[in-house]
Design a protein around this ligand. Structure first.
Ligand SMILES: O=c1nc[nH]c2c1ncn2[C@H]1C[C@H](O)[C@@H](COP(=O)(O)OP(=O)(O)OP(=O)(O)O)O1
Ligand SMILES: [Mg+2]
Length: 201
């Protein structure tokens, strides 16, 4: 039996963990969550970009780990809202506010705004911090638009209001395999997988 090299994923978001496990399933790594690694640290996301915040998360966990640590910082950029909530997506309307309410806040913000001006994208940056201190990042995006009511039960966060024209559905109406194939997170993580392989050789 060959044992896979362990990677810790520095996230507390269970929606992300499910997607990450599926996207990383075919990799030569065993991805374990912070919780499963028994790591409980408080992380203050005070960076000014997705890249900075992803690095802050991975570095913080790397201080108490002895393996590669990955982290994901992601969010929704709504063009009509000057790309907000962006890096503040988790804190938008209050960190503990249910997404049904956060989504409604965005819908209300775009009331009477025409379809052409409702464009938005999900952004995901993955950071890797290696035991020797080396740092790599990768970025992925998916373009869509904000619809006028929630649609779909899958996914998490802002998925029910994020409509992808090419598939005529929201990311909450997609099954996880499709979302992972086209999503910001899928793109960023697959690009990180390639970087991990390159660094080895
Ligand atoms: O695929 C997605 N589908 C829907 N919403 C999404 C997605 N990807 C990110 N988002 C939203 C959720 C959250 O409002 C923010 C991420 O915030 P972000 O700080 O990176 O994550 P988090 O605080 O939930 O967990 P953690 O920092 O422990 O990884 O963007
Ligand atoms: Mg966060």
């Amino acid at each position: 039996m060959t044992t896979k090299e362990k990677i810790i994923f520095a996230t507390k978001n269970t929606g992300k963990i499910k997607e990450i496990n599926e996207i990383m399933a075919d990799s030569p790594y065993e991805v374990i969550s912070m919780e499963d690694a028994g790591i409980h640290v408080t992380i203050i996301e005070d960076g000014t970009s997705f890249e900075e915040n992803a690095i802050i998360k991975a570095k913080k966990v790397s201080e108490v780990a002895h393996c590669i640590v990955l982290a994901d910082d992601s969010g929704l950029e709504v063009d009509y809202m000057d790309k907000k909530p962006g890096i503040y997506s988790a804190r938008f309307g209050g960190e503990d506010t249910p997404y049904a309410i956060k989504n409604k806040m965005i819908i209300d913000h775009l009331e009477n705004v025409s379809e052409a001006l409702r464009t938005a994208r999900f952004v995901c940056v993955i950071a890797a911090v290696f035991p020797d201190g080396d740092i790599r990042t990768s970025r992925g995006t998916i373009e869509g638009r904000i619809i006028e009511e929630e649609r779909g039960q899958n996914g998490f966060g802002y998925d029910p209001i994020f409509y992808v024209p090419e598939y005529n559905c929201t990311t909450a109406e997609m099954d996880r395999a499709l979302k992972n194939r086209i999503s910001h997170r899928g793109k960023a993580l697959r690009s990180m997988k390639e970087q991990l392989e390159e660094r080895k050789s």
